[in-house]
Design a protein around this ligand. Structure first.
Ligand SMILES: [Zn+2]
Length: 65
């Protein structure tokens, strides 16, 4: 197979889509918030995150709806 199995364990902070960390860095699809770095699948979600980081960057807790 021509597909290289590079481990991708980074996800978009907004939608949870898998993100290639190096590609995201190349495209500037990164943001820092509260001392952490976040990656994004696209500029749209980066802007959404920056518009309301506290909403998007919630810790991994079970959310009761
Ligand atoms: Zn996304």
């Amino acid at each position: 197979m021509a597909y290289e199995p590079e481990p991708v364990d980074e996800v978009c902070a907004v939608c949870g889509a898998e993100v290639d960390a190096r590609q995201a860095a190349d495209l500037g699809l990164v943001a820092e918030y509260a001392g952490r770095s976040y990656l994004f699948c696209g500029e749209t979600h980066r802007r959404a995150f920056l518009a309301d980081p506290a909403l998007s960057a919630r810790p991994e807790e079970p959310k009761t709806v």
